[in-house]
Ligand binder design. Structure first.
Ligand code: TPP
Ligand code: DXP
Ligand code: MG
Length: 597
């Protein structure tokens, strides 16, 4: 008679540190099936423990624990290739491929990336955190393996229901379904949510498939075998579903974002899509949150102008549109993760007589540049693009820094680009943008603003923040919120006997000719901007000074993000400082240039 609770000879002894013993997919495959639920529980506990400190995508990763276990038990990564769409849900993948001990360094400078990273592991393929690209990679990989005699290597793409609202997915499905001889496995991780509930008719179709009420099956119509809906938290069921199928297949896994962690499951807003860690590597300064102030001012504008509508690409709350949506539910459009559609449909809204405000993180608008150029600017559409997360964002790393928008929009004929230095300017410049009869851009960074920086004079559209007297030989021109560091630098340079004027251009494109004329009167001009240098403000001013002054241009230093490279993860503050885009860096640049006179 065995005591209640004691393990019987049939029940394997499950070590309390089972997770610690899984250092590779081979180790994982040695775990007895009966122990998998315990392993999943230990993974969840470690995710909550670590990510609550580091910050990151807790909800998405809690939702793919069993799915990731099943994939790494059925497929032989890295011989078989598993591509994670967006990659924000790859922490479990990292834990099971030898990086468990490094999880505490997640999203920090020199630590584990918050997305797959080829430098970290051969198991990682796509580092880009921009959604909806995984199926295209899978198509390319399958073609490459087919042409190079490596058809034994399976290709698996894990794509979320949100990412599936991105047009690139359907471009890829069009190609994958046409190649029955290339058996790509598409694992649809369907939790019904992007941040909030996934928008659009694709989500309705998926619900129909989940509930057995769909009139047809889009995937089968496109040439795929369809396996599902599969219980996405049942490892055994998932393993059976993903077993080798020699045909392109869509495995429809139904999961729950935040599964197993009550605070995440109860989070109606976004199931703890992203949690800020207690380590708070980015200390919140005083000042107001950029995104909140934008949302407040837009709601005010919405009351004043009935023609103003808002467009989001599946990020209503993160881009600050929630307040506007609550006041004007019929005037806000969530188009799904579909930035190109967002811009082209905004051009339609403008053509129809409305003024769309398209709120998109700077880095995500990159993919809609053609629509900005040819659908918005070519028609001089009055559209305002509000680019949150402009410049260095921080922990999300290379594919999230919004470090090219000034360069890109500087190419767009008729576009005006504004960079507010503080939240008072954010309100004023938003109003100026929506009053402009063409494409306008308002860019600001992630996080909180400094205190309001008052102006003491104006030079055209530009505002003088410090100095401004005829005695000043040095002019520093900071773009946007870098004005705070410039004002601090001016104070310190006075201690070196240097009279410095600080002027905020406010509009980055087109450049203000009054500012150019004023700059020409200085011995040394230093520009400071949170963007890549090519085609940005510094280069624009240099060209304007040459045209204005001929050969007698002032000495010019253009401080910007490093040219020709991506920027790794870190905190915004430490990264800006590392590139000399803080008060210390400005002081160094002015003193160095002055010493070289
Ligand atoms: C092009 C692009 N736009 C927006 C985002 C921001 N974003 C990150 S994850 C996410 C939601 C993804 O939803 P889904 O694919 O269903 O994955 P889940 O989080 O539900 O696992 C969004 C909109 C992005 N990464 N890429
Ligand atoms: C994965 C993704 O693209 C976003 O969730 C990203 O993490 C943005 O995070 P923040 O909103 O914290 O800048
Ligand atoms: Mg989802």
């Amino acid at each position: 008679m065995t005591a209640i609770g004691a393990p019987t000879e049939l029940e394997p002894l499950i070590p309390t540190d089972l997770l610690a013993s899984v250092r590779s997919p081979d180790d994982l495959r040695r775990v007895p099936p009966a122990a998998l639920p315990e392993l999943a529980a230990q993974i969840r506990a470690e995710l909550v423990r670590q990510v609550s400190t580091t910050g990151g995508h807790l909800g998405p990763n809690l939702g793919v624990v069993e799915l990731t276990i099943a994939l790494h038990r059925v497929f032989r990564s890295p011989h078989d290739v598993i591509v994670w769409d967006t990659g924000h849900q790859a922490y479990v993948h990292k834990m099971l491929t030898g990086r468990l001990d490094a999880l505490g360094t997640l999203r920090s400078a020199g630590g584990l990336s918050g997305y797959p990273s080829r430098a970290e592991s051969a198991h990682d393929v796509v580092e880009n955190s921009h959604a909806s690209t995984s199926l295209a990679y899978a198509d390319g990989l399958a073609k490459a393996f087919g042409l190079t005699g490596r058809c034994d290597r399976r290709v698996v793409a894990v794509v979320g229901d949100g990412a599936l609202t991105g047009g690139m997915c359907w471009e890829a499905l069009n190609n994958l379904g046409a190649a029955p001889h290339r058996p790509v496995v598409v694992v649809l991780n369907d939790n019904g949510r992007s941040y909030g509930p996934t928008a659009g008719q694709v989500a309705v179709h998926l619900r129909g498939l989940r509930e057995g009420t769909a009139a047809g099956n889009l995937f089968e119509d496109l040439g795929f075998a369809y396996v599902g809906p599969v219980e996405g938290h049942d490892s055994a069921a998932l393993e059976r579903a993903a077993a080798a199928l020699h045909h392109p297949v869509v495995v429809h896994a139904v999961t729950r974002k935040g599964a197993g962690h009550p605070p995440a499951e109860a989070d109606e807003a976004d199931r703890q899509h992203t949690v800020s860690g207690t380590s708070a590597r980015s200390p919140r300064r005083g000042g107001a949150d950029w995104t909140e102030v934008f949302g407040d001012e837009l709601a005010r504008l919405g009351h004043e102008r009935a023609d103003i509508v808002a467009v989001t690409a599946a990020m209503l709350r993160p881009t600050g549109l929630l307040r506007f949506a609550r006041h004007f539910p019929d005037r806000v459009f969530d188009v799904g993760i579909a930035e190109q559609h967002a811009v082209a449909s905004a051009a339609g809204l403008a053509t129809g007589g409305l003024h769309p405000v398209v709120a998109i993180y700077s880095t995500f608008l990159n993919r809609a540049f053609d629509q900005v150029l040819m659908d918005a600017a070519l028609h001089r559409s009055a559209i305002t693009f509000v680019l949150d997360r402009a410049g260095i964002t921080g922990p999300d790393g290379p594919s999230h820094h919004g470090m090219w928008d000034v360069s890109l929009f500087g190419l767009v004929p008729g576009a005006r680009v504004a960079a507010p230095r503080d939240t008072a300017q954010l309100r004023a410049l938003l109003r100026a943008c929506v009053a402009y009869g063409g494409p306008s851009v308002l860019r600001f960074p992630r996080g909180t603003s400094s205190a309001v920086l008052p102006a003491r004079a104006r030079w055209g559209e530009a505002e003088v923040l410090a100095g401004g007297g005829a005695e000043a030989e040095v002019l520093v021109v900071p773009v946007g919120p870098l004005a705070g560091a410039a004002v601090e630098a001016a104070d310190r340079l006075a201690g070196h006997g240097l009279a410095v004027t600080i002027v905020d251009p406010r509009w980055v494109h087109p450049i203000d000719l009054d500012l150019v004329a004023a700059a020409a009167r200085h011995r040394l001009v230093v520009t400071v901007e949170d963007n890549a240098p090519s085609g940005a403000f510094g280069e624009t001013l240099a060209r304007a000074l040459r045209e204005h002054c001929g050969s007698s241009t002032p000495q010019l230093r253009t401080l910007a993000l490093p040219p020709g490279r991506f920027v790794a993860a870190g905190t915004r503050e430490e990264l800006l400082s590392s590139f000399g885009l803080d008060a210390d860096g400005i002081v160094r640049a002015v003193l160095d240039a002055s010493a070289r006179r």
